[in-house]
Design a protein around this ligand. Structure first.
Ligand code: UDP
Length: 357
């Protein structure tokens, strides 16, 4: 049996591929490489370059590789871009997932894991938000993901598919072993921006607003290490394979940090100061968004092991330094280098351990 990872050449997807390979799974990646990178795909995974909306292609991959589970990351993720181009987001995130689901149902794939988002809640608050909180997405991005959740629910009810939708909070950090990380240029996420500034890629960065109703006036977010996030997916897969019901669950640590606390952490871990400027609020930012993650802990047996801001920042910084070190390499050269440097070092577990974290 093989796991199909869509978007497996992207940030979170490439971590998922390593996580699955480490657990002894066979993996096929479907990615059109619009924002992902061929070199980011672990060498032992098969990469198919193509579109998740291509029903014929997805069906043939499922048949050829005997896929029993799809983990679906492919999609567009930039909130302001979704405001400017809602139809593009409904096409990429919603319509194409509809096509993907059609192939999944046609080919009788029993398990589906979907990357959803805290953006389905809209402006939360200082209290951790539970899955049964009102759903009020404030951007086309959030709406596109919520519509997909609903599509999944209805498809599962009609066709016997079982799924897990994981609502991500602020995913950050990089693989602790340095095998992959966040590589897309023009990043907007706080930890990535701060690491780029610390390492000299940007001359300065901005804090968007210091007049929020929070203790230090800056926004609070629940930053979760990408490795803990992909571990939750691995546990979700094991649960579905063991017969578990469909589930929608938050993935966050249930506590948050302010923008200034994050920047302090980057200064501390990097060991040097960098230029930070106070700016106006960024439109659409909620004062605080924090997960209640009890459900994931109970249902998946999820036990995060990287719940430490400095650790998240250290891994993100290491990856940033690696990226800048290899900046002049061609993708092919970079891929070859990674393959060579990883080949000797990677142990491979024989058996899948459903409950190991
Ligand atoms: N932020 C900031 N400067 C930046 C990037 C982000 O002050 O260069 C703030 C942003 O306004 C928000 C928080 O950091 O309050 C987290 O933003 P990010 O884009 O990382 O994630 P979001 O929660 O918007 O998905």
């Amino acid at each position: 049996m093989t796991v199909l990872v869509t978007g497996g050449a992207g940030y979170i997807g490439s971590h998922m591929v390593w996580e699955l390979l480490d657990a002894g799974e066979d993996v096929v990646v479907l990615d059109r490489l619009s924002t992902g990178f061929e070199w980011a795909v672990a060498p032992e995974a098969k990469l198919v370059v193509g579109d998740v909306g291509d029903i014929g292609l997805v069906s043939s991959i499922i048949r050829k590789h005997k896929v029993d589970a799809v983990i679906h990351f492919a999609g567009s993720i930039v909130v302001p871009e979704s405001v400017a181009d809602p139809l593009g987001y409904y096409e990429n995130n919603t319509s194409k997932t509809r096509s993907l689901l059609e192939a999944v149902v046609r080919e009788n794939v029993p398990h589906f894991i979907f990357s959803s988002t805290a953006a389905v809640y809209g402006g939360a608050g200082l209290e951790p938000v539970r899955e049964d909180a009102p759903l009020k997405p404030e951007s086309p991005y959030g709406v596109s993901k919520l519509m997909t959740e609903w599509m999944l629910r209805d498809t599962a009810a009609a066709h016997g598919l079982r799924y897990t939708a994981l609502r991500y909070f602020n995913v950050s950090g990089a693989d602790p072993r340095g095998r992959t990380g966040q590589s897309t240029p023009g990043a907007t996420h706080l930890i990535k921006v701060a690491c780029e500034t610390a390492t000299g890629k940007r001359p300065w960065m901005q804090v968007y607003g210091t007049d929020y109703p929070t203790p230090d006036g800056t926004c609070i977010r629940d930053y979760i290490h990408v490795s803990d996030l992909v571990a939750a997916h691995r546990l979700a897969l094991a649960r579905l394979r063991a017969g578990g019901d469909s589930l929608t669950a938050n993935c966050g640590y249930s506590h948050g940090y302010s923008v200034l606390e994050v920047i302090d952490s980057v200064r501390r871990v990097h060991g040097a100061d960098f230029d930070v400027r106070i700016a106006a609020r960024r439109p659409g930012d909620a004062p605080a968004v924090i997960a209640n993650s009890e459900l994931a802990r109970q249902e998946l047996g999820w036990r995060p092991i990287y719940d430490d801001l400095d650790r998240i920042v250290a891994d993100a910084l290491n990856w940033e330094k690696y990226l800048q070190h290899t900046a002049s390499d061609s993708p092919e050269r970079r891929r070859r280098k990674r393959r060579l440097s990883l080949e000797a070092t990677r142990p491979r577990k024989k058996n899948f351990q459903p409950n190991a974290v």
